[in-house]
Design a protein around this ligand. Structure first.
Ligand SMILES: [Zn+2]
Length: 92
């Protein structure tokens, strides 16, 4: 895994300052969505190889939630975005 993560708020920081919190790709269903939709959102995850997006928490830095795009095979980091900004981009 890359040893330095480019936090958009703190700059390059060691990966040990972050907690990986899981897949950032699932889209939250509407409150009225079916039980099956909620089951898939809460419990079902793909296990892809290659480029993925994950929620990371900069626990020992700015304490912001981030979305890290990286390759889980080569550990190359393609980009890091504040999770609030990433959510706004997804809605647009
Ligand atoms: Zn930070």
């Amino acid at each position: 895994m890359a040893s330095l993560i480019p936090c958009p708020h703190c700059g390059l920081r060691p990966k040990e300052e972050f907690s990986i919190r899981g897949d950032a790709s699932p889209v939250r269903p509407a409150p009225t969505a079916s039980d099956e939709s909620w089951h898939r959102y809460v419990h079902i995850r793909d296990n892809p190889k290659g480029r993925i997006v994950e929620h990371w928490h900069h626990a020992l830095g700015c304490r912001r939630w981030l979305v890290v795009e990286r390759d889980n095979l080569s550990h190359e980091v393609f980009g890091v975005t504040d999770a609030a900004d990433w959510a706004k981009r997804k809605e647009a």
